[in-house]
Design a binder for this molecule. Sequence first.
Ligand code: GDP
Length: 432
Amino acid sequence: QPVLAVVGRPNVGKSTLVNRILGRREAVVQDKPGVTRDRVAYDALWNGRRFTVVDTGGWDPKADGLQASVTAQAELAMRTADAVLLVVDASVGATTTDEAAARVLRRSAKPVLLAANKVDDDRLLADVASLWSLGLGEPFPVSALHGRNSGDLLDAVLHALPSTPRESFGTVRGPRRVALVGKPNVGKSSLLNRLVGEERAVVDAVAGTTVDPVDSLVELDGEVWQFVDTAGLRKRVKTASGMEYYASLRTRAAIESAEVAIVLLDASEPISEQDLRVLTMVVDAGRACVLAFNKWDLVDEDRRHQLVRELDRGLVRVPWAERINVSALTGRSVRKLAPALRTALTSWDQRVSTGQLNSWLSDLIAATPPPVRSGKQPKVLFATQAQTRPPTLVLFTTGFLEAGYRRFIERRFREQFGFTGTPIRLSVRVRE
Ligand code: GDP
């Protein structure tokens, strides 16, 4: 379900408004200086539609002061939510902190709504108009305390939220979802059993989460992971050869519902077409990825050299993915999988700020400008990382950028900001 993040200074009535949205009166923790708390998410229902409200609250004056905390909230909200609601106090007007938050939110590709709270009577409506200056469009006058106009605000919120969430998995809680994929007989069942056996801890239920019975919860390296669609693997059900089409659908579905994939290859055999197909599915789906070369116990000197040559030829077109040589049989290096999954997911979730991105990019482009096409030098105006999961860069340019140059930017971007284990999407918007 879609996510709405609520952002604002302490004392603007954010908690009261969140309660109002949730349709209840009980007190949510007040924003107080020195009270740090994690994001809290709630389920809300309005006009028959469900959505999640994330109260980004809590700020830590020890950290960087109020303004930095509120801007950090806004950044976080932008990254995690489908729409953001900035709450300001109409009786006070826009403060410099509100302005800083608005500046961050104006960069957001996601819809941003502005609530002018504490409009308890019409006399304050004149002050509301001054909030247009925040550059976030029309301010919604509300009184969280009395419930005034909150219905109109909620209608606007629903309108702004996508009917289907941008990401099909929760961003707030629950174990991270892993797909263990690879062609038949590569050792998926063996590896899963090994992972379970290693830690002697298959968790059947984690409080507060619902797990599909076809998934396995496995504790690795002190963290519970959800291996999706592993029922067949656990039962060691073999896919008949005629079922290949079905197996590939199943693989695709597992990848879609996961956040990260372990792509298992058989290190003892030449890399095959089928391996590359699975890998392409992962990259096309935009999932994070770890490559595990299994059956390493069977790899001799000759095969090792051959594998190096295969990789040098660029056969496996994911130079950014971590490669781990494992053996499900002996247990070799299977402990390295969890840290690699974590690294890949961190990259997958990572966002580079627009400021950082552009100062790096302008240096890069000054040193290596885009190639001239039909007598014209395309200019890159600015860029923004519009999305995470996977990281998606949008470049605004005055002309077409060649594929080779786009790859160059992607490669340097990875080097600069360290995006190991995630595909990166790059799109170019030509502004004439
Ligand atoms: P799946 O179809 O991908 O689930 O593959 P399985 O886990 O059923 O394994 C296929 C075959 O490879 C079985 O005979 C396993 O015993 C064998 N196998 C799996 N992992 C290893 C390994 O690391 N080393 C060796 N030598 N054999 C393995």
